[in-house]
Design a protein around this ligand. Structure first.
Ligand SMILES: [Zn+2]
Length: 248
């Protein structure tokens, strides 16, 4: 039976995610992003009324406990980005388990933790069980733009939601960026890093780490939020996308 009744369009779900870590790893291991960039970014989210998911390394939470605490107080989701930002493909099973368990222990001092993203969006499928063992419900370690690491879900209870575009896309000129973003289908998962909101333009960092960093990056993020809002998007935390009961 067919119907001609037009249903209301489903709003696009957009998750802004922040990978909180030392500055531009593995090129720098300083903390200007956590100390200077993160507070500016959280101020922007507060003034725009947007709730996000902040994947933070255990080391970063230890270095900047004020930032981790503010993430929770401001109503964002605090989530795990591992302990030390070592890439999981280089770790044996014991070390991988240690990274996950130690970060969960440190971060759970701040609140409930159910979501995970591996550093560099590289997470071997055979380690998914380690996340289940530690009580995680959601993994965002895959990337739609990295075919090599986009493997089928496999036997896992985790909800897997990949990142949609790489972080430096948000800092491209608006006419390129907006066309790129408008092609994305939901849920749209964007990500950025606190160190992008520190000005590295006059350094010799790798180009994609330094172009339009600092103030321009902050106004780019504001423009991206307003672009999606003008299209009726809903800003969700990643855990809000879990099937009912999955994070119990
Ligand atoms: Zn990272």
């Amino acid at each position: 039976m067919s119907t001609h009744r037009q249903s209301a369009p489903i709003p696009l779900d957009v998750c802004i995610t922040v990978d909180m870590e030392p500055d531009c790893p593995p090129y720098l291991w300083t903390w200007r992003g956590m100390e200077e960039g993160a507070p500016r970014l959280l101020d922007l989210f507060a003034s725009e009324g947007v709730k996000t998911t902040c994947f933070i390394t255990g080391d970063s939470a230890r270095h900047s406990p004020d930032v981790a605490a503010r993430v929770v107080v401001d109503g964002h989701e605090l989530a795990s980005h591992g302990m030390t930002h070592r890439p999981f493909p280089a770790l044996d099973r014991n070390d991988a388990r240690g990274e996950i368990a130690e970060s969960a222990k440190v971060l759970r001092e701040f609140g409930e933790i159910v979501s995970f993203r591996a550093p560099n969006l590289m997470f071997p499928a055979e380690y998914l069980g380690l996340l289940e063992d530690e009580g995680f419900a959601l993994d965002s370690s895959q990337a739609k733009y990295k075919a090599k690491h986009f493997s089928p879900d496999g036997p896992t209870r985790l909800t897997r939601i990949p990142a949609s575009v790489t972080s430096s896309v948000l800092r491209l000129p608006a006419f390129i960026r907006d066309r790129w973003l408008s092609r994305l289908r939901g849920p749209v998962v964007l990500f950025c890093h606190p160190w992008e909101y520190v000005d590295w333009r006059n350094t010799n960092l790798r180009l994609d780490c330094r172009f339009r960093t600092g103030d321009p990056a902050l106004s780019d993020m504001q423009a991206v939020i307003r672009l999606f809002r003008s299209r009726g998007a809903r800003f969700r935390r990643m855990r809000d996308l879990l099937p009912a009961g999955a994070a119990a």
